[in-house]
Design a protein around this ligand. Structure first.
Ligand code: NAP
Length: 500
């Protein structure tokens, strides 16, 4: 890969994987450049603590320079033919696939997940590029006669304008493509700020967009050690038209308040506290296999991770035994080592949080079935854990665990299961296992959730609307609904063309 400034690239590697020419600068107006003043942020491997790279630490002035570039590019990008925007996205999709090994290695090194999961994220993340390359050419409109018959209305869609996107560290590629792809398809320009813990994947992705022929200034990337200081002036700038955020609910809520001052369009993909319900009539193998995916994907560091397991009395013992056997077979290691299924947590605070939640649950009467310990090795690891009989009032039932911990509560009736599942301020995703289709339909209508995995453990798919209700957010990403988040509706009224 060739960037236009070799002072802003580096090689990122460990003894198993190796990626050359990874951008480390800020992408502003089509050029990679160091931060003003030259400050950098160290990016670490959570499995060893080793510094992988130093990336630019943008000042607030750099952030505004990125917005300047997005604003300057906006009109020309909005005026491009939809097919042109579609083709750039499609070429980037192809380049992402060509660079699967590089992107997977970067994600594993900076975030810690096993290589096989990082490859899975490349496939998932790339799908947003393909999906929205297809949506770019299908932006619709409407033509109506008014009810009085005296006029005609034309309803058209226009890009909302320059977008500021803020993404988290847990899915460094997919969270970026899920925002960039629909924004570009709609004709919006973008400034994106990835998390400072995992910026390398997004920087590499941005270089692939450049190589795919994206015009200068259409996508700008800023990395910073002070997200608040960098973001506040961008969000307050009247030229910005949209804020899209994926991250925790408290930060999302604070950003919504800032966005209100500027009456910005917002999309908020926030935290979760997913219930996983296993009913007596569930297929045991399906429930256990799916529960393992719903819980342990990304070491439990997913907004969609099953957080609270509710298991009906009649199947509880069999489910617990089968699940525990699978948990005991998980293999802890560095993500880049063969056979690893459980990598490190993102940092020491994440380990402390998982440990505190488990200790609190046990003190309040839960039974520790397996795990419950930090792993005695270099890096930030916590052992896969299963708790049974978690008691009401335990912190683990109200907190996003973001770690490899199963917390089981038993229930008796369908009504009780639904009541327990809905007893949270969150509403991102729920999982349920039952062989009774009518029960599945009742759950779909009664669970307070944006998404329901029925007899499956993964709901993420570019073709479907991803998003939550309640404190889990506002808006949807993916599907044909995802592009609407970046479009304004404009209505034109004309007189009756037959009236002379
Ligand atoms: P976070 O602390 O809220 O950070 C998310 C992003 O916001 C990061 O880029 C962060 O920058 C930035 N940020 C933090 N404080 C900010 C501020 N005051 N102003 C502007 N930006 C700010 O969340 P996280 O720990 O990275 O991610 C985990 C959370 O994300 C979990 O709650 C998870 O459920 C949620 N999540 C939700 C979805 C979804 O689709 N609903 C998907 C994935 C994750 P720095 O990291 O550089 O400080």
């Amino acid at each position: 890969m060739t960037t236009n400034d070799t002072t802003t690239t580096t090689t990122v590697a460990d003894e198993h994987v190796h990626v050359e020419d990874v951008p480390t600068g800020l992408l502003i107006g089509g050029s990679w450049r160091p931060a003003t003043g030259g400050r950098t942020i160290a990016v670490q491997d959570p499995s060893t603590g080793a510094v992988l790279a130093e990336v630019a630490d943008a000042t607030p002035e750099d952030g505004i320079a990125a917005l300047d570039a997005a604003v300057a590019a906006q009109d020309a990008w909005a005026a491009t033919a939809p097919r042109e925007r579609s083709d750039v996205l499609r070429r980037t999709f192809d380049l992402v696939h060509e660079h699967t090994d590089d992107l997977a290695a970067l994600m594993t090194l900076e975030m810690g997940k096993p290589l096989a999961e990082s490859r899975g994220e490349v496939v998932y993340g790339a799908e947003f590029l393909r999906w929205f390359s297809e949506e770019a050419v299908r932006i619709g409109g409407d033509y109506r006669t008014n009810p009085e018959g005296t006029g005609r209305g034309i309803v058209l869609k226009r890009p909302v304008g320059p977008v500021y996107a803020i993404t988290p560290w847990n899915f460094p590629l997919a969270m970026a493509t899920r925002k960039i792809a629909p924004a570009l398809a709609a004709g919006c320009t973008v400034v994106i700020k990835p998390a400072d813990l995992t910026p390398l994947t997004t920087l590499f992705l941005a270089e692939l967009f450049r190589r795919a022929g994206l015009p200068d200034g259409v996508l700008n990337v800023v990395t910073s050690s002070d997200a608040k200081e960098l973001s506040a002036p961008i969000i307050a700038d009247r030229r910005l038209r949209k804020l899209t955020f994926t991250g925790s609910t408290p930060v999302g809520s604070a950003l919504l308040k800032q966005a209100a001052d500027n009456v910005l369009r917002t999309s908020m993909e926030l935290g979760g506290n997913a219930p996983l319900l296993v009913f007596d009539d569930a297929d045991l193998d399906t429930a256990v296999t799916s529960a393992m995916q719903a819980k342990f994907r990304n070491v439990g560091e997913a907004c969609t991770a099953a957080n609270r397991f509710f298991v009906q009395d009649g199947i509880a013992d069999a489910f617990l035994a089968a699940l525990t056997a699978k948990v005991e077979a998980l293999r802890i290691g560095r993500g880049s080592e063969d056979g690893t299924t459980i990598g490190p947590l993102i940092d020491g605070r994440a380990v402390d949080k998982a440990a505190a939640l488990v200790d609190d649950a046990v003190e309040r009467g839960a039974r520790l079935v397996v795990g419950g310990e930090r792993v005695d090795r270099q890096g930030t690891f916590y052992g896969p854990t299963v708790l049974d009989d978690v008691q009401p009032g335990s912190d683990i039932l109200t907190t996003e665990i973001f770690g490899p911990v199963v917390a089981i509560t038993r229930f008796h009736t369908e009504d009780e299961g639904i009541r327990l599942a809905n007893d949270t301020e969150y509403g991102l995703v729920a999982y349920a296992y039952t062989s009774d289709f009518a029960r599945g339909q009742r759950l779909a209508e009664r669970l307070e959730t944006g998404m329901l995995g029925l007899n499956t453990g993964v709901v993420s798919n570019a073709a479907f609307p991803f998003g939550g209700v309640k404190a889990s957010g506002i808006g949807r990403e993916g599907s044909h609904e995802g592009i609407e988040e970046y479009l304004e509706t404009v209505y034109v009224l004309t007189p009756d063309p037959f009236a002379r």
